[in-house]
Design a protein around this ligand. Structure first.
Ligand code: HEC
Length: 129
């Protein structure tokens, strides 16, 4: 993880692709290494439907929450509380949102490549709006 982080931070500094520094400036430096091909988007959709739909809704437009979990935000808009760059979204999915972790860390169940696929999937939903 740290090696990958370092490597992509280094690569993005090389190509000068610094993303906007909002939620998490360090994570924002992470460049998305997975091209948003139809295959990647389809793989991301599968992962999303399996792990994320229950809280964020079937179309990722947000959920109403429950007794044990607060409402999960819309993931198709342009407003991202935890940062809107691909790197920040990746970081949130991988590591969750502490300290409550209502948004759990998924890094132990979903591979990095599949997390990037989910990021690509969410971006594709936002574009359709
Ligand atoms: C148990 C319910 C639950 C599940 C399952 C869940 N989330 Fe979340 N998620 C949340 C909640 C609640 C938040 C808001 C956390 C906060 O910002 O305090 C959140 C926040 C997020 C954010 C940050 C949004 C922003 O505005 O910055 C992203 C991205 C996200 N989730 C993606 C995912 C993905 C992708 C999955 C599936 C791998 C997933 N979530 C599964 C409940 C869930």
């Amino acid at each position: 993880m740290f090696f990958v982080f370092f490597l992509s931070a280094w690569m993005s500094s090389l190509i000068g692709a610094g993303a906007g520094a909002q939620g998490n400036p360090e994570a924002a430096k992470l460049a998305n290494p997975v091209a948003a091909t139809p295959e990647s988007v389809a793989a991301g959709a599968q992962v999303y439907q399996r792990y994320c739909r229950s809280c964020h809704g079937v179309n990722a437009t947000g959920g109403s929450g429950s007794d044990i979990s607060p409402p999960a935000p819309d993931l198709t808009g342009t407003t991202w509380k935890r940062g809107s760059s691909d790197g920040e979204i990746f970081f949130v999915i991988k590591n969750g949102v502490p300290p409550e972790l209502n948004m759990e860390p998924w890094g132990d169940r979903i591979t990095d490549t599949n997390i990037w696929n989910v990021v690509n999937y969410l971006r594709s939903l936002a574009k359709k709006k």
